[in-house]
Design a protein around this ligand. Structure first.
Ligand code: ZN
Ligand code: ZN
Length: 369
């Protein structure tokens, strides 16, 4: 049961839900601020710097310190208050703190505490579904931490049982093998992944001993933010500065999907193309993407990761956002939890793709505006 908001006056809202849905976005009536709003508001807490969560035009932003560089690059000179993980502030009696979400650099869950009630809005997050494997986290950011709460607001980008990620070391072994074979044959390996988050995760995970690594300028811009934050990435060359085209033979080139079949990628010479995304799990996704290889690597939790994350909070109530809301809500209710959904405008930035509709999934593949 979702209480979509008709609560306008913050004082009236005291004792009610800590987060409600408004046309502008997720709203905390007690604190009079929004979380990842999609329309301009006065005060916004931003979970991470992906474009569907961090939008232009807000009066004041609050985000994790490590999001600063990417936010400023994307949004310009915004009024930004920064918090470290675990640090808290008090806003109109609501205690606000940020906790690692394991999704991208600076990604945070937002914990709200007011009069003994605790709610957590997780934003996008990555939790491995593989139990007891501490190495199976996103190496390019602080791993997800379960935060105990009464109500947990969760994404559901890959909230279908068909989504089960293999351990990352297996995925990277497959990528390294593909790159090695191409290098031996004198081909370039073009690995497509979104430039903020996925590209850095790929760079951090591959075996840099196989050959030179070349990146697109869009990836390089984000690499700088990651390196500045102390994240170890292998040495890379900027593609536009490679004059000797023979460099591309045997190289791994990491670029955003937009370069596919462009003049930019044609100059790489003979190339094997691969795409790295969670949506590659679905049959036919590789063919629809028109690539030689698909690697299933996601910065979002898979079906079992979502379940693990939810269980880890101990929440009795769960509100599901962007993805497969209907499937998740049904499953949560079967587990005896109180569950509902918020219709949001997230999900148009990165991994969700329109064609990634699985059979029988109502509301699947929602991509936002
Ligand atoms: Zn995201
Ligand atoms: Zn998102």
């Amino acid at each position: 049961m979702v209480r979509s908001s008709d609560l306008i006056d913050p004082s009236v809202a005291a004792g009610e839900d800590l987060v409600v849905l408004r046309p502008e976005g997720l709203y905390c009536p007690a604190g009079n601020f929004y979380i990842d709003p999609w329309r301009p508001v006065d005060r916004a807490i931003v979970t991470h710097a992906h474009a569907d969560h961090a939008r232009r035009g807000h009066g004041h932003y609050l985000a994790h310190t490590a999001s600063r560089d990417v936010l400023r690059t994307r949004l310009g000179e915004i009024s930004l208050q920064e918090l470290a993980y675990g640090e808290s502030i008090d806003h109109f009696g609501v205690r606000v703190s940020l906790h690692p979400a394991g999704h991208v650099l600076g990604s945070a869950q937002v914990r709200l505490e007011h009069r003994g009630r605790v709610w957590v809005a997780a934003g996008d997050y990555f939790v491995s579904g593989t139990r007891h494997d501490p190495g199976d986290s996103n190496a390019t950011c602080t791993p997800f931490e379960p935060v105990p709460c009464h109500c947990f607001i969760t994404e559901s980008t890959f909230g279908l049982p068909v989504y089960r990620w293999a351990p990352q070391r297996d995925v990277f072994a497959a990528i390294n093998h593909w790159w090695s074979e191409n290098a031996a044959a004198g081909r370039c390996s073009l690995l497509l992944g979104y430039s903020f988050g996925k590209a850095q995760r790929l760079l951090a995970g591959v075996d840099a001993g196989i050959g030179p690594i070349v990146v697109h300028a869009a990836v390089d811009a984000l690499n700088r933010a990651y390196r500045a934050a102390g994240v170890a990435l292998p040495p890379t060359k900027l593609a536009d500065q490679v004059n000797d085209k023979s460099t591309f033979r045997g190289a791994l080139v990491v670029a955003p999907p937009a370069v596919q079949q462009s003049g930019w990628s044609r100059r790489l010479g003979e190339t094997s193309e691969a795409f790295a995304s969670g949506c590659m799990q679905l049959r036919g996704a590789r063919r629809r993407r028109n690539v030689d290889r698909g690697f299933v690597l996601s910065d979002h939790a898979d079906w079992s990761g979502l379940q693990r994350a939810i269980a880890g909070t101990g929440a009795g109530r769960v509100i599901v956002t962007h993805g497969y809301e209907d499937v998740m809500v049904r499953w949560l209710r079967e587990q005896g939890l109180e569950a509902g959904s918020f219709v949001t405008e997230y999900g148009d930035d990165h991994e969700q793709v329109v064609e990634a509709q699985a059979p029988g999934a109502a509301g699947a593949g929602q991509v936002g505006p």
